[in-house]
Design a protein around this ligand. Structure first.
Ligand code: HEC
Length: 466
């Protein structure tokens, strides 16, 4: 652990460095900025915080695998770390912590800057650390079932974002329990965000989900019309028309790895007949025509389902009302709020704040009946491109009677560079497929939880490296 306590002139740098692994006592070490080298100080920071995405086949636009790679991008590295743009982690790490957190300390940011300002010294190239070996394809190893798209998606090289609905139908031998699913992107540099449901068919009913449209691009259509074209509803005339839908079973963002809960938590039923319905897949702009063959890995469950994870949504399309009415007038910065009071004690596992382009800040916390406040998540600078599902390091206990409060601020002025309209227009939420258009807005707080059980707060949700 390294932390600056004082920088007393431009040449000297006073650091606290823990003296050795077995001794947590900290020792003061003074280094001059002329002593900051790749091999000693910079490589470990880059390999831990940047290389997971900046490597072949991953989302980062260039590699950061060695000294030469870093030198080539030195100025940009300094810039993106000074501005806090990289590594992408919008949640305020001074407010609450989650697994997979990627945040640089003030010292690390300063080290990077001084290293670049001093011509990127290499240090001892013989003893310098090497980039770690990363997984490819699946993070979790060999899946039990791989579900491929019926046809690849043809990405148009027209330089604009694409938002689609995509169906991944499957048929297996018998109903099966599964632990989790992993979306494996084909064009990793372009796929920015995926969110999908699991559709399950009752074998006593009639269906034709294997046929019909498998990719839908027209975001103006009504959601129900799209589902009909995709042959999602049952094909008989019985009620209900629509098969069972389990929300948000599939989720992906660059650098995201699905949580692997302890054995007693989680799991889903995978029916013999079903489909994964990616109701929102976002491709960034490409200047080339490309084919994407992303796929879904499914991992079967060896034990029975004891504590299934439940998901709730506050705000847009959710169980709680947004106040005031969700309309963001032009040239205004406006704050909305939504809240719900818990009727049972829960262990909160993951949270997913969701807004679109003109989101500015997001804040969720709970207040217990005795008035104590429990921090949940704070995002001081909303970034549409980095909407994580944040998983707590340990389940967060929220007692029955506590109220969850969510505040979201939207900036609909012309000084917001992400404003899709010039001049600004009144913005509200859309309907159907329209609602996923980024030019419409959303104010949503999604969270997963379990009914609370004694000792839940001690469960370690940190993912173990395979
Ligand atoms: C979670 C994945 C991820 C991590 C971690 C990450 N990057 Fe990136 N980086 C990206 C992606 C994706 C882009 C492309 C731009 C975008 O999508 O916003 C990018 C873009 C960049 C750029 C180009 C910015 C530009 O405007 O041209 C630089 C420089 C950069 N990253 C440096 C870093 C450094 C330095 C770190 C570590 C301190 C880091 N990145 C960590 C994914 C990541």
């Amino acid at each position: 652990m390294v932390s600056i306590i004082k920088k007393y002139n431009s040449l000297f740098f006073l650091l606290l460095i823990s003296s050795c692994a077995t001794n947590s006592q900290k020792e003061e070490v003074v280094i001059t900025d002329k002593e900051i080298t790749w091999s000693k100080h910079i490589a470990p920071v880059v390999f831990k915080n940047c290389t997971p995405c900046h490597r072949p086949g991953e989302s980062g636009p260039f590699n950061l695998l060695n000294y030469a790679d870093a030198v080539k991008k030195a100025k940009l590295i300094k810039f993106v770390t000074q501005t806090g743009y990289m590594p992408p982690w919008p949640a305020d790490a001074n407010y609450s912590h989650f697994i997979g957190e990627k945040v640089l300390s003030k010292t690390e940011i300063e080290l990077l800057k001084l290293w670049v300002d001093n011509n990127c010294l290499r240090g001892d190239s013989l003893t310098e650390p090497q980039a770690p070996v990363f997984y490819t394809g699946s993070y979790f190893g060999k899946p039990d079932l791989v579900i491929k798209a019926q046809k690849p998606y043809a990405i148009k090289g027209n330089g604009t974002d694409a938002f689609l609905i995509m169906k991944f139908p499957y048929e297996i031998e018998k109903d099966t329990l599964i632990d989790f699913v992993e979306f494996v992107p084909g064009q990793r540099k372009l796929i920015h965000h995926v969110n999908g449901h699991l559709i399950s068919y009752d074998s006593n009913r009639a269906f034709n989900y294997m046929s019909g449209e498998s990719i839908h691009e027209d975001t103006k259509a009504q959601l129900m019309d799209v589902y009909t074209q995709m042959h999602i509803p049952y094909s008989d005339n019985l009620q209900p028309q629509f098969p069972t839908l389990t929300p948000n079973v599939v989720y992906y963002l660059p650098g995201y790895i699905p949580p692997a809960y302890p054995k007693e938590i989680g799991g889903y039923k995978l029916k013999k007949n079903g489909a994964f319905l990616l109701n929102n897949i976002h491709y960034g702009p490409s200047n080339k025509n490309l084919l994407d063959s992303s796929y879904i890995n499914v991992f079967y469950r060896k034990s029975k389902i004891e504590r299934p994870v439940t998901e709730t949504q506050l705000g847009t399309f959710g169980i709680s009302k947004i106040e005031p009415e969700f309309i963001i007038p032009p040239n205004e910065i406006k704050t909305f709020h939504t809240q719900t009071t818990l009727s049972q004690s829960i262990s909160m596992l993951s949270v997913n704040p969701h807004m679109h382009l003109i989101g500015k800040t997001f804040w969720a916390f709970a207040v217990k009946q005795n008035g104590d406040t429990i921090p949940i998540i704070k995002i001081n600078k909303w970034d549409f491109r980095w909407q994580y599902y944040y998983t707590f390091k340990h389940p967060l206990k929220l007692e029955k009677g506590s109220t969850i409060f969510v505040y979201g601020t939207f900036d609909n002025t012309k000084s917001n560079p992400n404003n899709p309209f010039s001049p600004p227009q009144s913005i509200t939420q859309g309907n159907g497929v329209e609602s996923m258009k980024t030019t419409e807005e959303m104010f949503q707080f999604i969270f997963t939880y379990l009914p609370y059980k004694e000792g839940d707060e001690n469960i370690d949700l940190e993912r173990k490296t395979p």
